[in-house]
Write a protein that binds this ligand. Structure first.
Ligand code: ZN
Length: 257
């Protein structure tokens, strides 16, 4: 969206990949060695990428897309209350616009001659995100407030929830950590007691925990949300905007029951 044809993109953690637990390969070190700019999410999401930049002595421009954002903290969970930052800020379209600006600034630092090119593209991208943000709000507004609850695999949607007024419940933590039996039992009780119908698996998480939980709660899994990675080019979430529209479309239909 920002660089257009002025730079060649090499994506290390690609479609449908869990970037919390990514294993780099020698080909990734090679990609970094010949790069001018390295862009990562930051906020504890992709520490492996930072280590890769260190081990390859990367001397180019480093961009942390979440720089300057006010981050949410991980909700305390039994056995996991060390209070990490929540890295999933892209799930709020207004914060995604801040990512665009950080990337624009980084590209202009690395390639001053292209600054006007990056600015023009970033401004167009931010305008699209503002329209997307308004669309998400209008969609969520069609669901009665009491029905705005979604169950999904891992805690990836806190920023979405804070921005758009949806409550998310997940058995697995922010870093895709496995839940205890008590956490699963509690979630099953919540689904039954609140008659929650919006239950989803995710593209990057093993669906087994969620499918078992849905079976025990007596609800049907309503599809797959794209949490931390896009789909392949021929899938339903090949771009950021397609991902948001796909997720919101599924959530709104399922929340309405
Ligand atoms: Zn995640």
């Amino acid at each position: 969206q920002v660089v257009g044809d002025r730079a060649e993109l090499r994506v290390i953690a690609g479609p449908d990949v869990d970037a919390h637990h990514f294993q780099t390969r020698p080909s990734h070190a090679e990609a970094v060695r010949t790069a001018n700019v390295a862009i990562r999410n930051g906020a504890g999401f992709d520490n492996w990428f930072n280590r890769l930049l260190g081990s390859t002595n990367f001397r180019g421009t480093r961009v942390v897309a979440t720089e300057g954002l006010t981050l949410l903290r991980e909700a305390p969970r039994p056995g996991h209350n060390h209070g990490h930052n929540d890295p999933h800020a892209w799930q709020d379209a207004r914060l995604a616009a801040r990512y665009i600006r950080n990337i624009e600034a980084g590209m202009a630092r690395a390639d001053a001659d292209g600054a006007a090119h990056y600015r023009e593209r970033a401004e167009a991208a931010v305008a699209r995100l503002e329209a997307l943000d308004a669309w998400v709000r209008a969609q969520i507004a069609t669901v009665p407030e009491a029905r705005r609850v979604v169950v999904t695999s891992h805690d990836a949607f806190a920023y979405f929830g804070a921005a758009y007024g949806v409550r998310f419940l997940a058995p697995q933590g922010i870093g895709n950590t496995e839940p205890s039996a008590q956490q699963v039992a509690r979630l099953i009780r919540q689904i039954r007691e609140n008659n929650i119908t919006a239950v989803f698996v995710e593209n990057i998480s093993n669906p087994a925990t969620l499918e078992r939980l849905a079976r025990e709660a007596g609800v049907t899994v309503q599809g797959r949300l794209y949490a931390d990675a896009l789909s392949a080019a021929d899938g339903p979430a090949a771009t950021y905007e397609a991902m948001m529209r796909h997720n919101v479309g599924l959530m709104v239909r399922a929340m309405a029951g």
